[in-house]
Design a protein around this ligand. Structure first.
Ligand code: ADP
Ligand code: MG
Length: 239
């Protein structure tokens, strides 16, 4: 079977007037279905740039990227947006929830874009919230939820369209260590029990130790890529 993600000689150069920033120099990597990958590396090493390209949020300067065999290069904006909505779930450090909107309405948003009818929308959003342990919090607004709960809402929103991959950019960056562990426990369960493919940026080795593979970025290159033979597993029922 073809890999889920195939990246070949990916380059990203940002031009700021006279100055060129080589955010990605030449990245080649592939990721299979069912993997749980941690992306590590110092600040400025190109991790977010890489993930934004993987998520069809940005385009490379050169090189090739295929998601499930689909090449984003010649897609219109609308076509990229549709692939993003159907195949990719994003989770960010700052949660990125709509603040004046309840948890369930936040989770329903991708389904609204996808044209899912309202009764199914509610049911699927509710199921996704249950999946991340937020039963009973459906009608809370983000300001009425803790950071960890807000990130759970964001995970539910990322999951609700049953995407091919979850992309998480420093998902525990704003959370204390206990809450970070709870969030990582959810990722681990989604990966192990539901087979969801996850790529997660983190600069914390503790957090990366839960993943099954880690890829190390330095100065726009991949300088390390190894299988984690014994990922740390959280005890069941702790999260
Ligand atoms: P990381 O996520 O590893 O911290 P980034 O991918 O955000 O790194 O950034 C890689 C490099 O590209 C940095 O030098 C950063 O300043 C630069 N960069 C990122 N986004 C932009 C942009 N929109 N315009 C110009 N330079 C950028
Ligand atoms: Mg970043």
């Amino acid at each position: 079977m073809e890999p889920l993600i195939q990246v070949q000689d990916l380059v990203k150069v940002y031009s700021l007037g006279e100055v060129e920033v080589h955010a990605l120099r030449s990245i080649s990597v592939s990721v299979d279905r069912g993997e749980f990958v941690a992306i590590m590396g110092a600040s400025g090493s190109g991790k977010s740039t890489f993930m934004n390209i993987l998520g069809f949020l940005d385009r490379p300067t050169s090189g090739q990227y295929l998601l499930e065999g689909i090449n984003g290069e010649n897609l219109s904006r609308d076509e990229s947006a549709e692939i993003r909505n159907r195949k990719i779930g994003f989770i960010f450090q700052g949660f990125n929830l709509l603040s004046r909107t309840s948890a369930i309405e936040n989770v329903e948003l991708p389904l609204i874009y996808a044209g899912t009818p309202p009764p199914q929308r509610k049911e699927r959003a509710q199921k996704a919230l249950f999946e991340v342990g937020l039963k009973g919090r459906e009608h809370h607004h983000p300001s009425q939820l803790s950071g960890g709960e807000q990130q759970r809402v964001a995970i539910a929103r990322a999951l609700v369209n049953e995407p091919s991959i979850l992309l998480a950019d420093e998902p525990t960056g704003n959370l204390d260590s206990k809450t970070s562990e709870e969030i990582i426990g959810i990722f681990q369960r989604l990966n192990q029990d539901l087979g969801i493919t996850i790529m997660m940026i983190t600069h914390e080795p503790d957090i990366a130790s839960f993943a099954k593979r880690d890829i190390l970025f330095r100065d726009g290159n991949i300088v390390g890529d190894r299988v984690n033979v014994s990922p740390v597993t959280l005890a069941r029922g702790r999260e």
